[in-house]
Design a protein around this ligand. Structure first.
Ligand code: ADP
Ligand code: MG
Length: 445
């Protein structure tokens, strides 16, 4: 009954790609090609910048990762406190290009040949009239992978580059739009007008924002998206990670502050899980930084974007002392069905079916990480049962098994233990504003 099993890997990828093509491009013609596996490499995706000019008068405009059940794609966002997941050179992607006669895309999918074989097979679907542009792009990918890493876009202190990648697009972060807009316009207003206001007041232009929320709500993702925006505006991005052998020690912060002060450009400084530093002996020094005694003086301005999962630590040391953080922004779990639906559709990708909507009410109050997990799990269950589609039953099964896993106190998501519910109404909203130059009113970007 199921001929799939007998197909070669290449054929299965091609079959998937053809279906995806039809969904995305209708009847537009394509040519199926063997492709270079390097086009799927994440390094390429960060290094080849949009607007890159190619042969055939085309411009590369970007890449979108697609969900493909032939390839188990591993999330590229790695929580710094966990084991890193490396070596992602397989996956499904849509590369987009612009051309005076109309934009076009190339669908690309690569996978390991067999589980126990390191060889990768890759296919691409290319509009026949743009083969020259694609060939050029492929060549560029090959060159990019072979070129040794010269300079990274994000200055990473602690950990390695694998820990943090500014590859998240702003619209991939699914949160209430007001939260996103607020954060983004805070950064833009600070760099546009805030810096000079701070200087007028004889203050080091150092603004401090804190993202608070339970694990898995998208704080790291938001930092990555902010980093991406900042890099586009030629700001320096410094990322401090506690995820290496040194752990969270103040000397990293110290090093970071030196880089920030001497960058010569506006800086976005990202410190994730700042609570870790506040628990240790170094906490007095961190507080000095936040209080302005040791803050970096970068004349072009520095914006600290810090995150924490633990509101209680923040409550004691920060929330009750206005001024230590200029803004505290709560990143909540999924608050309503509309967002839950958006999240589910996003993570079901091409496997989305209208009947899946039935589980949406169960996702309210859960996190983005949860939804991603149930979607992935459902897709794997379906693949395991050799089903082409994820039916509602499978999805429901996936929701309930992950929910009960969390309820039994599995450490996958220890959010129940943290009393996060107490955040609301305990004064967090009240400390949001500060009398010092809050550049908020300077408008949106
Ligand atoms: N708001 C969100 N929108 C889209 N995806 C999300 C969101 N929140 C979480 N995810 C998914 O869960 C993963 C983990 O989220 P992460 O940003 O690391 O959470 P946090 O830093 O808040 O603990 C992300 O990489 C993403 O795949
Ligand atoms: Mg995080």
């Amino acid at each position: 009954m199921d001929t799939h099993k007998w197909m070669m890997r290449y054929e299965r990828l091609a079959l998937w790609a053809k279906e995806a093509w039809q969904q995305r491009n209708g009847e537009a013609p394509y040519q199926l090609l063997w492709a270079s596996e390097n086009c799927g490499n994440q390094v390429v995706h960060t290094r080849i910048k949009p607007r890159r000019r190619l042969k055939g008068k085309a411009y590369y405009t970007g890449v979108e990762q697609l969900l493909c059940d032939e390839v188990i794609s591993i999330s590229e966002y790695v929580m710094p406190s966990r084991k890193p997941i490396l070596g992602e050179t397989v996956g499904a992607f849509a590369f987009s290009f612009s051309h005076s006669e109309g934009d076009f895309e190339v669908l690309f999918v690569s996978s390991y040949f067999r589980d126990d074989d390191p060889n990768i097979v890759a296919v691409a679907l290319v509009p026949p009239e743009h083969l020259d542009a694609w060939a050029d792009f492929e060549q560029l990918c090959n060159d990019t992978v072979r070129r040794p890493s010269r300079r990274t876009d994000v200055y990473i202190i602690g950990g390695t580059n694998a820990y943090f990648k500014p590859t998240v697009e702003w619209n991939e972060v699914i949160l209430p739009p007001e939260i996103k807009d607020d954060l983004r316009s805070d950064m833009e207003a600070f760099f546009a007008d805030g810096v000079s206001i701070y200087k007028e007041l004889n203050l080091a232009p150092f603004r401090k924002l804190l993202l608070v929320g339970p694990p898995g709500t998208g704080k790291t993702m938001l930092c990555a998206a902010m980093a991406r925006l900042a890099l586009r505006k030629k700001r320096v991005v410094v990322y401090v990670s506690g995820a290496d052998d040194d752990g969270a020690s103040f000397h990293k912060i110290h090093h970071a502050l030196n880089v920030v002060a001497n960058a010569g450009y506006p800086v976005l400084l990202i410190v994730e899980e700042i609570d870790v530093y506040l628990r240790k002996d170094d906490k007095a020094r961190i507080l000095n930084v936040l209080d302005g005694l040791e803050s970096p003086n970068n004349p072009r301005g520095a914006l600290l974007l810090a995150t924490t999962n633990y509101p209680e630590v923040i409550d004691e040391r920060i929330a009750k002392r206005p001024g230590r953080m200029d803004r505290i922004i709560v990143i909540p779990p999924i608050q309503n069905e509309e967002l839950a639906l958006e999240m589910l559709r996003h993570y079901m990708g091409p496997q989305w079916q209208p009947e899946h909507e039935e589980v949406v009410p169960q996702l309210v109050g859960q996190t983005g990480a949860f939804v991603r997990e149930i979607a992935l799990h459902a897709r794997m269950l379906a693949a395991h049962n050799r089903k082409r589609t994820v039916d509602l039953e499978t999805l429901q099964q996936s929701v309930s098994s992950l929910t009960s896993q969390i309820n039994t106190g599995d450490d996958l998501m220890p959010r129940r233990k943290m009393g996060f519910g107490s955040l609301r109404g305990n004064g967090f909203e009240a400390v949001e504003t500060r009398t010092l130059p809050a550049a908020d009113s300077a408008g949106d970007d």
